[in-house]
Write a protein that binds this ligand. Structure first.
Ligand SMILES: [Zn+2]
Length: 261
């Protein structure tokens, strides 16, 4: 089996060797040796120097995998450009300045998005991918809305645990594209209204049935139609049924609660 087939593919990166050491695998690799200047967009193959970029990757059989990529600093040959030297971008492999591969960052983002920072940290550590909850949350903020260029027509608003059960923020989701648009560090009607005032294109807002998001939506987006989301509708209905049943002395069996999507 070749070296490449042991590893998740890293676009444009040449794998030079794989060694066992330091409690995991170390993969030696080299970058593509070319790139375009981030300031002016001029392509370059003119190497100025190199440095080693160390990236944590997805684990192999539970063991930590570190990819060491010999990365080039390239000269910008455009005489009109202020940028003389830039690091070759590792497109699709790792974001600039991150110390993890895109594979790993995507997985951490997905987990952080669904369960919150602290539980994501625990699951990732158990799977051989130690990443702190602070890092997961920082990435979520950095990447939220990154790919959204077009306006949001149907918006979902919900609260979201920065740290499970402790600090709550607000998550804004484009329900048509099923993508996170923004994460607000607070949960308030004024903050929600502020955000909505910057998005007059929103036509429909799906939110929980009561409280501050309804108020924020009324103040910040009077043009939008508000709808209660399905999960919260079912949860509300369930609470009402539970109250009635317990008044009748017949509480609902434990564990039969609705699950959030
Ligand atoms: Zn340039």
């Amino acid at each position: 089996m070749g070296k490449r087939t042991l590893l998740a593919p890293l676009a444009g990166v040449r794998i030079l060797g794989v060694e066992c050491g330091g409690g995991g695998w170390v993969v030696s690799a080299a970058g593509p040796g070319h790139g375009t200047c981030p300031a002016c967009g001029t392509p370059s193959r003119s190497r100025h120097s190199t440095y080693l970029r160390r990236l944590q990757d997805l684990p192999s059989q539970g063991a930590r995998v570190t990819v060491q990529i010999r990365t080039a600093r390239l000269r910008c040959r455009n005489p009109g450009c202020d940028r003389q030297v830039f690091a070759e971008p590792l497109l699709g492999v790792a974001e600039p300045r991150l110390r993890r591969t895109r594979h790993l960052a995507d997985l951490a983002l997905l987990l952080g998005h669904h369960v919150g920072g602290r539980p994501a940290e625990q699951v990732l550590a158990r799977l051989g991918m130690p990443i702190s909850d602070d890092t997961v949350l920082r990435w979520l903020r950095r990447f939220a809305g990154q790919d959204i260029a077009s306006p949001v027509r149907v918006l979902g608003i919900d609260d979201w645990a920065w740290r499970k059960g402790r600090t709550y923020g607000t998550i804004m989701v484009d329900l048509e594209r099923r993508a996170v648009v923004d994460l607000l560090p607070h949960r308030s009607s004024a903050g929600t209204a502020d955000w909505l005032q910057g998005h007059p294109e929103v036509e429909v807002i799906s939110r929980d049935r009561h409280g501050l998001y309804a108020e924020g939506a009324r103040a910040g987006a009077p043009q939008a139609r508000q709808v209660a989301d399905r999960f919260h509708l079912i949860q509300n209905l369930r609470e009402r049924i539970e109250q009635q049943l317990s008044r009748l002395g017949r509480p609902l069996r434990a564990g039969a609660r609705p699950q959030q999507r």
